[in-house]
Design a protein around this ligand. Structure first.
Ligand SMILES: Cc1cc2nc3c(=O)[nH]c(=O)nc-3n(C[C@H](O)[C@H](O)[C@H](O)COP(=O)(O)OP(=O)(O)OC[C@H]3O[C@@H](n4cnc5c(N)ncnc54)[C@H](O)[C@@H]3O)c2cc1C
Length: 600
């Protein structure tokens, strides 16, 4: 049976050797309390909670799903108890500011917590995950009263949060949002409309749910410029936060879906519900980006989690199951056959999963450190620095979201493949990973939409400034290591591909200035190309750190050796995928655009 063991050794390798978290924590206010001892205790407790409490509920959630009855949703058996434990142990407020009852620890620790939770039981983790996004939005855009009122119970985990954007006619194109917000005499707004696909829209885990809702004022401009953002609580509450009655916002159905059965996906009807404006009128989409960026980085965790869990499931099977003999000569003569893991193709599948899980984790932690710096600048009122880190994070966000979820789905499929026909059978748990992971490339902006965001908005409209910043980091790394004998093979390949990244970007920019369809036709290949380059950079860094750590030991340490070998595998067998992407991203869009619709 599938098991989850939190990869603490891999996590510590990144924290201690690749990114030097303790040094970083000395430079940010929230990091001063995060001593090595405290961090270790947090990681171990979190691992235990995820392995023992959450992972066993992953299967229960898939089997039972959520139950809908009379506008109420019941989560699967045991989920509420696990949530109560989560609240009791203070996990929700780990990285929230102390002034609102949180523990004030760095965001990066919260990201590592979310990674373990999301790998052990993604569907369960969506409930606190959406609350985190709602809290971040209120924290960054709410007024002082809203923060004081809503944040403490949310930080505690007593109240949860949602993100209400999608409507029946629009998911990607939010300019079509129709939900109405009518000003009331008391300064509030009456919110009326239907939102669909709302994750955690209704459930039995918390006493109140705070919906963050996009809606339109009666005389606001058409399109995205006329959308505002509102806090709409499920229940009315008094000054002390005690529940006094029901706000007319109801769940009228939940979706039956391919995976993530334990996560409620709700049709929400707002029937003149009382809402409170957050941020400025007609600036809702801007504020919502805070939520979406949190959620997008959160969704990249789903991809990493799928790679990790599918690898953890496939590895013991490949070691135990016997099939035929190795082509290069029998490896296990005392057994009836050799195990699957002797076969090159099975090794390729396992190493692909391992490379994506560990490479993805490195990309995520780099982003988490940027988020730490960004929030540190915000808390010190240094808005220039805040904007700078926000831009750097904004450049990486679509790459993380789309590339890591696409590779997560690939890893999940490989996990099933390694099991042969048994992978298709429910009992083994591998097919659940495939079904659960599949949504990750769709929600929070599809891969196609992330790709347009990266190439169109972040790279071309941003005049390549954040691209150049990240590109320079890689160039500097290359310069520092290109004369080291043991790093040479890796650095040569990195140098070549990163140069192509720059050239390819410039070529697309030139072509796009003459034909706008170039952006749309190149974007997904460009994003995937970028993903392979960014992951290559982090595999090079991991190889460097492993080589350095190895030198400080007597004899070869299998753990570091394995990191170096996986890096070599990545550069030999995964990075070359970038060659075909490079070619297709530069192809003229004619063969896509010249074919008339009736010829499809
Ligand atoms: C299980 C689940 C949970 C969800 N949770 C939430 C939630 O909590 N809150 C919430 O608000 N929403 C949620 N969603 C909605 C989700 O974010 C949207 O489904 C998603 O953003 C895509 O929108 P859409 O379904 O309307 O697809 P569409 O926008 O209709 O897109 C259809 C296809 O067209 C492509 N496309 C669309 N526009 C363009 C374009 N301009 N250029 C190129 N290609 C384009 C897309 O990439 C996609 O392949 C959830 C959805 C699901 C299924």
């Amino acid at each position: 049976m599938l098991k989850y063991q939190a990869p603490l050794k891999d996590i510590r390798f990144l924290m201690d050797h690749v990114f030097q978290f303790q040094n970083h924590y000395q430079t940010i206010e929230s990091g001063h309390e995060a001593s090595d001892e405290m961090v270790s205790a947090i990681l171990e407790h979190c691992a235990k909670f995820c392995e023992q409490a959450l992972f066993p509920l992953n299967r229960v959630g898939d089997e039972e799903g959520c139950q809908f009855n009379d506008r109420e949703v019941k989560t699967p058996s045991g989920w509420k108890q696990a949530y109560d434990q989560f609240v009791e142990q203070g996990w929700q407020g780990l990285s929230s500011p102390t002034e609102f009852g949180g523990q004030g620890l760095p965001i990066s620790l919260g990201v590592i917590k979310s990674e373990m939770i999301g790998t052990a039981n993604w569907s369960w983790g969506m409930y606190p995950g959406l609350s985190q996004g709602a809290m971040n939005t209120i924290y960054l855009h709410g007024d002082a009263d809203q923060k004081q009122y809503y944040l403490p119970p949310m930080v505690e985990g007593r109240w949860a949060g949602t993100m209400c954007l999608t409507e029946p006619q629009c998911g990607t194109d939010l300019g079509q949002v129709k939900t109405k917000a009518e000003p009331q005499a008391d300064g509030s707004y009456a919110i009326t409309g239907t939102k669909i696909f709302i994750s955690s829209g209704e459930h039995d885990l918390t006493e109140n749910i705070i919906h963050i809702v996009l809606a339109r004022l009666p005389d606001s401009p058409k399109g995205t410029k006329g959308i505002s953002l509102f806090i709409v609580p499920k229940c009315h509450t008094d000054e002390q936060g005690e529940i006094t009655g029901r706000n007319p916002v109801y769940c009228d159905a939940i979706e039956k879906k391919m995976g993530i059965h334990g996560s409620s996906t709700c049709v929400m009807n707002f029937e003149g519900a009382k809402g409170y404006l957050i941020g400025e009128v007609n600036k809702g989409l801007h504020c919502m980006f805070t939520f979406m960026n949190t959620a997008r980085i959160g969704t990249s965790i789903q991809g990493i989690g799928a790679s990790e869990l599918a690898y953890q499931g496939a590895l013991p099977y490949a070691q135990d199951r016997m099939s035929m003999r190795s082509l290069s000569g029998t490896k296990q003569p005392n057994k009836v056959a050799d195990s699957l893991i002797v076969h090159p193709d099975v090794r390729k599948m396992l190493l692909t999963q391992k490379a994506f899980a560990e490479g993805g984790r490195a990309m995520l932690y780099h982003a988490a450190l940027l988020a730490d710096k960004m929030m540190d600048a915000h808390s010190k009122g240094d808005m220039d620095a805040y904007e700078r880190y926000d831009d750097q994070l904004g450049f990486l966000t679509p790459i993380l979201k789309a590339f890591l979820t696409e590779t997560g789905c690939e890893s999940a499929n490989l996990g099933m493949q390694i099991y042969g026909g048994h992978g298709f059978i429910r009992e083994w748990g591998m097919e659940q990973i495939v079904r659960d992971a599949r949504i990750s490339t769709l929600y929070e902006g599809t891969t196609g939409v992330q790709a347009l965001d990266l190439l169109g908005r972040k790279v071309l409209l941003g005049k390549m400034s954040t691209f150049n910043h990240f590109y320079k980091q890689i160039k500097d790394f290359i310069k520092r290591h290109e004369n080291r004998r043991e790093m040479k093979p890796i650095i040569l390949k990195l140098k070549k591909v990163v140069r192509k990244w720059k050239w390819g970007t410039l070529k697309i920019a030139m072509k796009a200035s003459k034909n706008r369809d170039v952006v749309g036709s190149a974007s997904v290949d460009y994003l995937m190309f970028s993903g392979y380059v960014v992951m290559a950079y982090f595999w090079a860094r991991m190889a460097d750190s492993a080589m350095t750590a190895q030198k400080q030991q007597e004899g070869m340490v299998p753990f570091y050796e394995s990191k170096i070998q996986t890096a070599q595998f990545y550069f030999d067998r995964i990075l070359p995928r970038s060659k075909s992407l490079y070619e297709t991203m530069l192809v003229d869009p004619a063969s896509l655009m010249n074919i008339p619709e009736e010829h499809f």
